[in-house]
Design a protein around this ligand. Structure first.
Ligand SMILES: Nc1ncnc2c1ncn2[C@@H]1O[C@H](COP(=O)(O)OP(=O)(O)O)[C@@H](O)[C@H]1O
Ligand SMILES: [Mg+2]
Length: 266
């Protein structure tokens, strides 16, 4: 299996619109999304719940195919799921009856290539996520953080050009989350892969992103794109880090929270 070529992993989103039919009524979920992502770039997406972040990732991974506008990877339209794109969800979605190694190997189920190469890639990616020695463990023997490491290994085992992550650390405790953010940054750099991370943790977005896409709801659209020109690994305590974090948080300050039950009843 060859290493990803250094120029691949471009994503182009052009005039993307997405509607769902809800009880016969059209619901505009994404409105005129435009974004070009460079190979190896790390994009963080933040926005309040319901603004279409998961829908955008489902379109990028190819699980959802109905849309208007263009969605390209390396100048080819995204028409369905592909071995060129891996995804990690908030829930690890490991199979409880399979070992760590067998769960990771599932990422190669539809891939061509010799079994010996696949076995080697499984071993390499288990080591890459820091789980050497846990190959034969079962999911119930793992912590939440370790399970997400397995999910990341499974998403990367086929050496995709693009890694998509939908709130991957949202269910983890703060310490584990911080540690996995450092790990993810190391892994993404080691693989030279393009990454798109959806998160509602603004600090996580600043720590990991080359750019932060701030979305706003009803309909979901891009409000602003913030550059994060800080050297890596980033110092969360630096004044420059805090300035960017405050800038992004400021984008939410005018946004009203979800209506409260009282407000709805009024
Ligand atoms: N399959 C679907 N059918 C109808 N509406 C949907 C579907 N999936 C998502 N939606 C709606 O689209 C909007 C955006 O959802 P989602 O992409 O999950 O937002 P986010 O991930 O930002 O919270 C929400 O209003 C949600 O109810
Ligand atoms: Mg979501």
């Amino acid at each position: 299996m060859s290493l990803a070529s250094p120029r691949a992993g471009t994503i182009d989103i052009r005039h993307l619109h997405k509607q769902y039919d809800v009880k016969g009524q059209p619901l505009q979920v994404l409105q005129d999304i435009n974004l070009s992502i460079r190979p190896g770039e790390f994009i963080s997406i933040v926005g309040s719940s319901g603004c279409g972040k998961s829908t955008l990732l489902r379109l990028l991974i190819g699980l959802e195919t109905q849309h208007e506008g263009e969605l390209l990877q390396d100048n080819e339209p995204i028409r369905g799921t592909s071995l060129e794109r891996g995804i990690v969800f908030q829930e690890h979605r490991l199979f409880p009856w399979l070992t760590v190694a067998d769960n990771v190997a599932l990422g190669l189920l539809n891939a061509p290539g010799a079994q010996a190469d696949k076995d080697r890639s499984v071993q390499e990616h288990i080591a890459l996520v820091g789980l050497k020695g846990f190959e034969k463990a079962y999911p119930y023997q793992l912590s939440g953080g370790m399970s997400q490491r397995v999910a990341i290994a499974r998403a990367l085992v086929n050496r995709p050009e693009v890694l998509l992550l939908d709130e991957p650390f949202g269910a983890l405790d703060a310490l584990t989350r911080t540690h996995l953010q450092q790990e993810l940054q190391r892994i993404v750099q080691a693989e030279g892969i393009t990454a798109v991370l959806v998160t509602h943790d603004v600090e996580e977005a600043v720590y990991l992103g080359d750019r932060i896409v701030v979305m706003q709801p009803r309909p979901g659209r891009i409000k602003r794109i913030v550059d994060v020109a800080l050297p890596r690994p980033r110092d969360r305590h630096s004044a420059a880090f805090h300035a960017i974090k405050d800038d992004v948080l400021g984008e939410f300050s005018h946004e009203h929270a979800e209506p409260s039950p009282q407000a709805l009843a009024a």
